[in-house]
Write a new protein. Sequence first.
Length: 282
Amino acid sequence: MKSKLFFNVLLLWTTFTFIMMMGQAVYAEETNYITKNGVSVVKLDSRQVEGSVSLEGKTQKEKIKLLVKKDSTSTWLDVNVKNGKFQENIWLTQGTGDYSISIMIHEEDRKYSYGPTLNIENKTAINKYLSPTKHVESDDEEIIKLAKEITNVNDTELDKAKAIYRWVVENITYDYEKYNKHQNNDYDNNYGAVYTYTTKKGVCYDYATLTAALSRAVGIQTKVVKGEGKLGSFKGLHAWNEIFIPEKGQWIPVDTTFGNTTGKDFFDNVDFYTSHTKTEEY
Protein backbone atom coordinates (compact mmCIF):
# COMPACT_ATOMS: atom_id res chain seq x y z
CA MET A 1 0.00 0.00 0.00
CA LYS A 2 2.79 2.39 0.96
CA SER A 3 4.77 1.53 -2.16
CA LYS A 4 1.73 2.20 -4.34
CA LEU A 5 1.14 5.54 -2.62
CA PHE A 6 4.80 6.42 -3.04
CA PHE A 7 4.62 5.53 -6.73
CA ASN A 8 1.53 7.71 -7.26
CA VAL A 9 3.15 10.65 -5.48
CA LEU A 10 6.31 10.20 -7.56
CA LEU A 11 4.27 10.01 -10.78
CA LEU A 12 2.33 13.13 -9.82
CA TRP A 13 5.51 15.03 -8.99
CA THR A 14 7.19 13.94 -12.22
CA THR A 15 4.15 15.01 -14.26
CA PHE A 16 4.01 18.37 -12.46
CA THR A 17 7.72 18.97 -13.02
CA PHE A 18 7.41 18.10 -16.72
CA ILE A 19 4.47 20.47 -17.17
CA MET A 20 6.38 23.27 -15.43
CA MET A 21 9.45 22.70 -17.59
CA MET A 22 7.37 22.68 -20.76
CA GLY A 23 5.61 25.84 -19.68
CA GLN A 24 8.93 27.55 -19.00
CA ALA A 25 10.25 26.43 -22.39
CA VAL A 26 7.18 27.78 -24.18
CA TYR A 27 7.41 31.03 -22.23
CA ALA A 28 11.11 31.36 -23.06
CA GLU A 29 10.37 30.76 -26.73
CA GLU A 30 7.55 33.29 -26.76
CA THR A 31 9.63 35.96 -25.01
CA ASN A 32 12.37 35.48 -27.62
CA TYR A 33 10.01 36.77 -30.33
CA ILE A 34 8.41 40.07 -31.24
CA THR A 35 4.88 39.28 -32.40
CA LYS A 36 2.36 41.44 -34.21
CA ASN A 37 -0.43 40.87 -36.71
CA GLY A 38 0.19 37.14 -37.08
CA VAL A 39 3.96 37.38 -37.59
CA SER A 40 6.68 36.58 -35.05
CA VAL A 41 10.30 37.61 -35.57
CA VAL A 42 13.24 36.57 -33.39
CA LYS A 43 14.66 39.38 -31.27
CA LEU A 44 18.18 40.50 -32.19
CA ASP A 45 21.03 40.01 -29.73
CA SER A 46 22.12 43.60 -30.26
CA ARG A 47 20.69 46.73 -31.81
CA GLN A 48 24.07 47.44 -33.44
CA VAL A 49 25.01 45.48 -36.57
CA GLU A 50 27.92 45.40 -39.03
CA GLY A 51 26.78 45.93 -42.62
CA SER A 52 24.03 43.33 -42.64
CA VAL A 53 21.40 41.76 -40.42
CA SER A 54 19.79 38.31 -40.40
CA LEU A 55 16.09 38.05 -39.59
CA GLU A 56 14.20 34.86 -38.87
CA GLY A 57 10.69 34.19 -37.74
CA LYS A 58 7.42 32.38 -38.29
CA THR A 59 3.99 33.20 -39.67
CA GLN A 60 0.84 31.60 -41.01
CA LYS A 61 0.41 34.46 -43.48
CA GLU A 62 0.74 33.48 -47.13
CA LYS A 63 2.67 36.53 -48.29
CA ILE A 64 4.88 38.97 -46.41
CA LYS A 65 7.56 41.48 -47.40
CA LEU A 66 10.23 43.53 -45.67
CA LEU A 67 10.21 47.32 -45.68
CA VAL A 68 13.68 48.73 -44.97
CA LYS A 69 13.82 52.45 -44.17
CA LYS A 70 16.75 54.80 -43.67
CA ASP A 71 16.26 58.56 -43.69
CA SER A 72 14.09 59.25 -46.76
CA THR A 73 14.93 55.97 -48.54
CA SER A 74 12.53 53.01 -48.47
CA THR A 75 13.24 49.60 -49.99
CA TRP A 76 10.79 46.70 -50.33
CA LEU A 77 12.23 43.18 -50.19
CA ASP A 78 10.58 39.84 -50.93
CA VAL A 79 10.46 37.18 -48.20
CA ASN A 80 10.52 33.45 -48.89
CA VAL A 81 8.13 31.75 -46.44
CA LYS A 82 8.48 27.96 -46.30
CA ASN A 83 6.41 25.78 -43.97
CA GLY A 84 5.45 28.84 -41.97
CA LYS A 85 9.06 29.93 -41.35
CA PHE A 86 11.38 32.47 -42.93
CA GLN A 87 15.00 33.60 -42.70
CA GLU A 88 16.42 36.53 -44.65
CA ASN A 89 19.82 38.23 -44.69
CA ILE A 90 19.53 41.96 -45.37
CA TRP A 91 22.47 44.00 -46.62
CA LEU A 92 22.35 47.59 -45.37
CA THR A 93 23.45 49.44 -48.49
CA GLN A 94 22.48 52.99 -47.47
CA GLY A 95 25.54 53.52 -45.29
CA THR A 96 25.95 53.75 -41.55
CA GLY A 97 23.24 55.01 -39.22
CA ASP A 98 19.76 54.12 -38.03
CA TYR A 99 17.48 51.78 -39.99
CA SER A 100 14.00 50.43 -39.36
CA ILE A 101 12.99 47.04 -40.74
CA SER A 102 9.28 46.21 -40.76
CA ILE A 103 7.53 42.97 -41.63
CA MET A 104 4.68 43.88 -44.00
CA ILE A 105 1.66 41.58 -44.35
CA HIS A 106 -0.12 41.37 -47.68
CA GLU A 107 -3.84 42.11 -47.40
CA GLU A 108 -5.10 42.52 -50.99
CA ASP A 109 -3.90 43.91 -54.30
CA ARG A 110 -1.02 46.23 -53.32
CA LYS A 111 -2.23 46.83 -49.77
CA TYR A 112 -0.03 45.79 -46.85
CA SER A 113 -0.33 46.13 -43.08
CA TYR A 114 2.45 46.37 -40.50
CA GLY A 115 3.79 43.44 -38.53
CA PRO A 116 6.78 43.64 -36.15
CA THR A 117 9.34 46.44 -36.62
CA LEU A 118 13.01 46.26 -35.61
CA ASN A 119 15.12 49.40 -35.14
CA ILE A 120 18.85 48.92 -35.65
CA GLU A 121 22.05 50.91 -36.06
CA ASN A 122 24.48 49.98 -38.83
CA LYS A 123 28.08 50.58 -37.75
CA THR A 124 29.82 49.48 -40.98
CA ALA A 125 29.47 50.98 -44.45
CA ILE A 126 29.55 48.49 -47.35
CA ASN A 127 30.05 48.94 -51.09
CA LYS A 128 26.54 48.47 -52.44
CA TYR A 129 27.83 47.81 -55.95
CA LEU A 130 29.66 44.72 -54.68
CA SER A 131 26.99 43.50 -52.27
CA PRO A 132 23.90 41.32 -52.73
CA THR A 133 20.79 43.48 -52.99
CA LYS A 134 17.15 43.03 -53.90
CA HIS A 135 16.97 40.62 -56.87
CA VAL A 136 20.78 40.79 -57.26
CA GLU A 137 21.61 37.58 -55.40
CA SER A 138 25.37 37.63 -55.92
CA ASP A 139 25.83 35.51 -52.78
CA ASP A 140 23.83 32.60 -54.21
CA GLU A 141 25.98 29.47 -54.58
CA GLU A 142 24.86 28.72 -58.14
CA ILE A 143 25.42 32.33 -59.22
CA ILE A 144 28.93 32.32 -57.73
CA LYS A 145 29.74 28.99 -59.38
CA LEU A 146 28.52 30.17 -62.79
CA ALA A 147 30.34 33.51 -62.55
CA LYS A 148 33.63 31.76 -61.81
CA GLU A 149 33.09 29.33 -64.70
CA ILE A 150 32.37 32.16 -67.12
CA THR A 151 35.44 34.19 -66.13
CA ASN A 152 37.97 31.49 -65.25
CA VAL A 153 40.17 32.14 -68.31
CA ASN A 154 40.06 35.94 -68.03
CA ASP A 155 42.70 38.03 -66.29
CA THR A 156 41.42 41.61 -66.46
CA GLU A 157 38.17 43.07 -65.17
CA LEU A 158 37.37 44.22 -68.70
CA ASP A 159 37.71 40.71 -70.12
CA LYS A 160 35.63 39.28 -67.26
CA ALA A 161 32.91 41.86 -67.86
CA LYS A 162 32.88 41.04 -71.59
CA ALA A 163 32.62 37.31 -70.85
CA ILE A 164 29.66 37.85 -68.52
CA TYR A 165 27.99 40.13 -71.07
CA ARG A 166 28.35 37.50 -73.81
CA TRP A 167 27.04 34.70 -71.60
CA VAL A 168 23.88 36.58 -70.62
CA VAL A 169 23.24 37.73 -74.21
CA GLU A 170 23.67 34.22 -75.59
CA ASN A 171 21.86 32.21 -72.90
CA ILE A 172 18.85 34.25 -71.72
CA THR A 173 15.69 34.52 -73.85
CA TYR A 174 13.47 37.59 -73.73
CA ASP A 175 10.17 36.89 -71.92
CA TYR A 176 7.52 38.55 -74.09
CA GLU A 177 4.72 37.06 -71.98
CA LYS A 178 5.97 38.90 -68.90
CA TYR A 179 6.48 42.06 -70.97
CA ASN A 180 2.84 41.92 -72.12
CA LYS A 181 1.75 41.58 -68.49
CA HIS A 182 3.66 44.77 -67.73
CA GLN A 183 1.78 46.52 -70.52
CA ASN A 184 -1.41 45.64 -68.61
CA ASN A 185 0.07 46.94 -65.32
CA ASP A 186 0.52 43.39 -64.00
CA TYR A 187 3.79 43.36 -62.05
CA ASP A 188 2.96 40.41 -59.80
CA ASN A 189 5.70 38.22 -61.29
CA ASN A 190 8.96 36.59 -60.25
CA TYR A 191 12.11 38.62 -60.89
CA GLY A 192 15.81 38.61 -60.19
CA ALA A 193 19.11 36.97 -60.95
CA VAL A 194 18.42 33.52 -59.51
CA TYR A 195 14.98 33.28 -61.12
CA THR A 196 16.35 34.40 -64.49
CA TYR A 197 19.28 31.99 -64.36
CA THR A 198 16.94 29.14 -63.39
CA THR A 199 14.32 29.79 -66.08
CA LYS A 200 16.74 31.15 -68.70
CA LYS A 201 14.29 33.94 -69.57
CA GLY A 202 13.36 37.42 -68.42
CA VAL A 203 12.60 41.04 -69.24
CA CYS A 204 15.13 43.89 -69.21
CA TYR A 205 15.17 44.14 -65.42
CA ASP A 206 15.93 40.42 -65.17
CA TYR A 207 18.78 40.71 -67.67
CA ALA A 208 20.21 43.60 -65.66
CA THR A 209 19.95 41.89 -62.27
CA LEU A 210 21.56 38.70 -63.57
CA THR A 211 24.39 40.66 -65.19
CA ALA A 212 24.94 42.55 -61.93
CA ALA A 213 24.83 39.42 -59.77
CA LEU A 214 27.35 37.54 -61.92
CA SER A 215 29.69 40.53 -61.99
CA ARG A 216 29.49 41.23 -58.26
CA ALA A 217 30.02 37.54 -57.53
CA VAL A 218 33.55 37.82 -58.95
CA GLY A 219 34.31 41.18 -57.35
CA ILE A 220 33.37 43.56 -60.17
CA GLN A 221 31.50 46.70 -59.09
CA THR A 222 28.24 46.78 -61.04
CA LYS A 223 25.15 48.99 -60.99
CA VAL A 224 21.61 48.18 -62.04
CA VAL A 225 20.40 51.23 -63.95
CA LYS A 226 16.80 52.16 -64.64
CA GLY A 227 15.52 54.74 -67.08
CA GLU A 228 14.20 55.02 -70.61
CA GLY A 229 15.35 53.03 -73.61
CA LYS A 230 14.81 53.69 -77.32
CA LEU A 231 15.19 51.03 -79.96
CA GLY A 232 13.40 51.18 -83.31
CA SER A 233 9.70 51.67 -82.58
CA PHE A 234 10.22 50.92 -78.88
CA LYS A 235 10.46 53.76 -76.39
CA GLY A 236 9.74 53.11 -72.73
CA LEU A 237 10.93 52.01 -69.30
CA HIS A 238 14.14 50.04 -69.47
CA ALA A 239 16.95 48.62 -67.34
CA TRP A 240 20.63 48.02 -68.06
CA ASN A 241 24.00 48.07 -66.25
CA GLU A 242 27.09 50.13 -65.62
CA ILE A 243 30.27 48.24 -64.75
CA PHE A 244 33.39 49.75 -63.19
CA ILE A 245 36.58 48.86 -65.07
CA PRO A 246 39.72 49.60 -63.02
CA GLU A 247 41.96 49.50 -66.11
CA LYS A 248 39.96 52.40 -67.53
CA GLY A 249 39.22 54.03 -64.20
CA GLN A 250 35.59 54.54 -65.23
CA TRP A 251 32.10 53.07 -65.38
CA ILE A 252 31.08 51.62 -68.74
CA PRO A 253 27.45 51.02 -69.87
CA VAL A 254 26.25 47.61 -71.07
CA ASP A 255 22.80 46.44 -72.16
CA THR A 256 22.41 42.67 -72.31
CA THR A 257 18.71 42.94 -73.22
CA PHE A 258 19.26 44.99 -76.38
CA GLY A 259 22.32 42.86 -77.12
CA ASN A 260 20.12 39.76 -77.08
CA THR A 261 17.07 41.10 -78.92
CA THR A 262 18.96 42.94 -81.70
CA GLY A 263 22.09 40.86 -82.15
CA LYS A 264 24.09 44.10 -82.02
CA ASP A 265 26.86 45.03 -79.59
CA PHE A 266 25.71 47.07 -76.61
CA PHE A 267 28.92 46.73 -74.59
CA ASP A 268 30.40 50.18 -74.01
CA ASN A 269 29.50 51.40 -77.49
CA VAL A 270 30.26 55.11 -78.04
CA ASP A 271 26.66 56.13 -78.81
CA PHE A 272 25.14 54.14 -75.92
CA TYR A 273 23.50 57.10 -74.23
CA THR A 274 21.83 58.33 -77.39
CA SER A 275 19.39 55.44 -76.90
CA HIS A 276 19.38 55.34 -73.08
CA THR A 277 18.36 57.95 -70.50
CA LYS A 278 19.30 57.18 -66.89
CA THR A 279 16.93 58.08 -64.02
CA GLU A 280 17.98 55.71 -61.21
CA GLU A 281 20.87 53.46 -60.24
CA TYR A 282 21.57 51.06 -57.40
